[in-house]
Design a protein around this ligand. Sequence first.
Ligand code: CO8
Length: 260
Amino acid sequence: MSYDTITVESRDKVTLVTINRPQALNALNTQVLEDLIAAFAAFEKDDTQGCLVLTGSGDKAFAAGADIKEMADKPAAEFYNEDFFARWTSNLVRTTRKPWIAAVNGFALGGGCEVAMMADFILASEKAKFGQPEIKLGVAPGMGGSQRLTRAVGKAKAMEMCLTGRMMDAEEAERSGLVARVVPHDQLLEDAVKTAAAIAAMPPMAAKVNKEMVNAAFETFLDQGILHERRLFQILAATEDKAEGMAAFIEKRDGEWKGR
Ligand code: CO8
């Protein structure tokens, strides 16, 4: 399948998706959304693929936000009636049950930061910069940024960033819990694909369940999250991969996964 605004390639069990509008710092217009929805759906369906990496083309940006030129003249009623931005969350977060990583190679601002935060975790290059500068445009985050950023870095930093629009560099983002790891700029992609390959080599159903459990901690109260975890663990305990994984450990060999 070919796309207008992204490139997609498979590296063994890893799908690498690159937002490809470097002239607009990979700003997220409607076509990027449509292309990403299609690419994520194809990844989700393809049993040969176990983990996805999303990154931005060029040396400067992961994505510098939703496309301001596309939004500038859009009336409020259209934002509401189209429920603009809702499909990002329903497709990239809800219906993608396999793990995916955002490899942030530069600016991740506004919607770009919000899409990065939809990933299961973020790996950042030393050049990465995160921010929610929407206030400077007279608006506010529209794709979950005020909620996910606050949960990731806490109220003080999230509030300061949303109210001033200031950017956070990679080192501060790691210190604040927004990103899993910072890596040298020229090693970002290699590291992200290697990390994704390690995840893709795991028992596939266990990977989905682990993702669902950690997300429950983000989305529910503690008691509900712990109950959710226990029930999912009990389901995994009935899988062939659980029997195989434990047998492989005891027999000192690698496991062979069936995804059930
Ligand atoms: N949208 C459209 N075009 C963009 C965007 C963007 N978000 N960001 C950059 N571009 C374009 C520039 O217009 C420029 O194009 P051209 O060459 O045709 O003039 C090109 O990319 C290069 O950008 P710059 O020349 O500005 O590059 P600099 O290195 O000087 O600056 C910055 C880099 C600091 C990243 C700067 O481009 C910038 O501030 N960009 C905008 C960042 C921003 O505000 N992002 C948030 C957008 S809003 C959003 O994401 C969520 C909105 C929720 C709204 C909810 C409404 C209900």
